[in-house]
Every structure is written in structure tokens, then in C-alpha cells.
Design a protein. Structure first.
Length: 280
């Protein structure tokens, strides 16, 4: 479980418009549209989002404790998406009680193990790792013009990579999974039903050179070098730190999706709003 550092997230809320514009340039769609695509809906209109009750983001002091700016950044992303979100003044159980007193309908909170969003009315709960995998694949589906019948290399068979595998299969893509721990990819293979669209890659360099569409869902830094990338390469990189080597950044920049929180948080929100969406 990667733990974000304050420096990973401290500029996000000041650059949401620029970030959204970059997504639009790369994928033809906004953050909200990608999150909707990730959960298989057309979208949620602004009025519905504004009409949604308040969302509480509750700092948690357990384990390694609070990450400076984390709750404020999650709140800023939720506000950018058109919802009424606030950080509770208190943390932990006291913060949860405050959220209820302030009539929150959804809460976001993260300890060292799980980062979740829960809809207090419907009981729906979304997990950041699974939502991040889905959100990044939805962005990749838009960015590549559609993953159907495409072969996608997924690096990392952890929670994010696993969600990405099932999401690529849902979009009709074929999946090649590499994990440095080979029984992680074997274990994932056993969980996949349509095995003809699933392959385990055993050699990283060969796998990278043999694929144009890549999901980097592993926490390794700078291992994807210029000779692994082509003029028609596309990379969706939920992994923190970024796996693209600094020498390869310029050539892939316009076909690279990478953020430390935004796509995952947006997809978490859209995953638990059935009661909003179903009202149609
Ligand atoms: O409330 C707080 O400030 C802290 N208890 C938050 C701790 C979050 C720990 N988890 C992570 O840093 C990441 N797993 C968050 C999501 C990363 C998205 N790829």
C-alpha cells in the first residue's frame, strides 16, 4: 500500500482546472466524464451533484497518522466535481460524530490500510485501490479510442492492477499481466474466468517492448525507459512514484495519464452515487 507524501499532493487543489484541461486534451473527456465512464453511466448532472447532501472528509490519526493536506485535497477534488464537501474539525470517531451531526450523506476517510468512501444512506462503500484501477482504465479507453480487442500490459498484480485487469476485460480488451512476484500474477490468473484474454508475462523488458498500451500499477520509479516506448504508446500510470523514466517523459507526456489522487477520488464518488443516478 503506497503511502502518499505531503509533497505528492500539495499543489493539486490549485491546479484542478489545468489538470482537467490536460485530461480533456489527452482523452477528449473531463474528470467527471471519465469517472462516469468508469462506473458505466452517462454522467450525473451538476444540479443533482449540487443537490447531493454534504460530504464529510474525516482525518484519521491511527497508524502513521495524518498526511498534511490529504483531507483538504480530497475535499478540493470533490468540490471541483460540484459537490458540497468539508473536512471535519475533529479526527477519528469524534470526526465521524461531527460528520453525522452536520448531516453528511457520504464520508471519505483513510487509514494506512484502506481509503474508503461510504454512502450513509445506501450503505454503498468504495475502495480507492479498486476505484483507481477502474478510473485509469476508463481514461485509457477514451485516450486510445477504445480498448476493445486491444492488448493491454498491466504492471503490478496488486489491488489497483487487479481492478485494472477486470476493467480492461470489461472493455473487451486482452490483458497481459507482469508482476515481479510471479505467484501474484499466477494467483490473479486463477481469478480470471475468460482465460483466453488473459496472459501472464514473465519477463518485464520483453513485455514492455511488446506492448503499446500499458497500465503502470506498481510502485517502482523510473523503470520505463525510452526504448520501451513507441510513437503510438499510451500509458495510464496510477502507480506512485511514476514508473516513466525522466528521459522518457517528453516523448510520452501527451499520451500519459498520471495523478496521485484525482481519478481515484472521482471514481470513488461516482461508484457510490447509485441513489443519485437511479433517480432518473
Ligand atoms: O487521514 C489522513 O490524513 C491519513 N490517515 C491518510 C492516510 C492515507 C494512506 N494511504 C495513502 O497514502 C494512499 N493509499 C492513498 C491513495 C493513493 C492513490 N493512488
Amino acid at each position: 500500500m503506497t503511502r502518499l507524501k505531503e509533497s505528492d499532493i500539495d499543489r493539486i487543489i490549485y491546479q484542478m482546472d489545468q489538470y482537467n484541461q490536460e485530461l480533456l486534451n489527452k482523452t477528449g473527456h473531463t474528470l467527471a466524464e471519465i469517472a462516469a465512464h468508469a462506473v458505466g453511466i452517462k454522467g450525473v448532472d451538476e444540479a443533482k451533484l449540487r443537490g447531493l447532501g454534504p460530504i464529510a472528509v474525516i482525518p484519521m490519526t491511527c497508524g502513521q497518522g495524518v498526511i498534511g493536506g490529504f483531507s483538504e485535497t480530497v475535499t478540493g477534488i470533490l468540490a471541483f466535481l460540484g459537490t458540497k464537501a468539508f473536512v471535519t474539525n475533529s479526527s477519528d470517531a469524534k470526526g465521524f460524530a461531527e460528520a453525522l451531526e452536520r448531516k453528511a450523506v457520504i464520508i471519505f476517510m483513510a487509514d494506512d490500510e484502506r481509503f474508503i468512501a461510504a454512502n450513509l444512506k445506501t450503505g454503498q462503500c468504495s475502495d480507492n485501490s479498486a476505484a483507481t484501477g477502474k478510473g485509469y482504465v476508463a481514461a485509457l479507453d477514451y485516450m486510445t479510442g477504445g480498448l476493445k480487442d486491444q492488448s493491454v500490459l498491466i504492471l503490478g498484480a496488486g489491488p489497483v492492477g487487479t481492478a485494472a485487469v477486470f476493467s480492461v476485460l470489461d472493455f473487451g480488451g486482452k490483458v497481459h499481466v507482469y508482476d515481479k512476484n510471479s505467484n501474484a500474477s499466477e494467483k490473479l490468473a486463477n481469478a480470471v474466468l475468460d482465460r483466453q484474454d488473459f496472459h501472464v508475462e514473465r519477463e518485464l523488458d520483453t513485455a514492455l517492448k511488446g506492448h503499446r498500451v500499458i497500465v503502470d500499477a506498481c510502485p517502482e520509479a523510473e523503470f520505463i525507459t525510452p526504448d520501451h516506448l513507441y510513437s503510438d504508446s499510451y500509458v495510464a500510470a496510477p502507480g506512485v512514484p511514476l514508473g516513466i523514466h525522466s528521459e522518457a517523459l517528453a516523448q510520452i507526456q501527451n499520451r500519459l495519464i498520471h495523478d496521485p489522487l484525482q481519478l481515484g477520488v472521482a471514481t470513488m464518488l461516482y461508484e457510490i452515487m447509485d441513489d443519485i443516478v437511479k433517480e432518473d
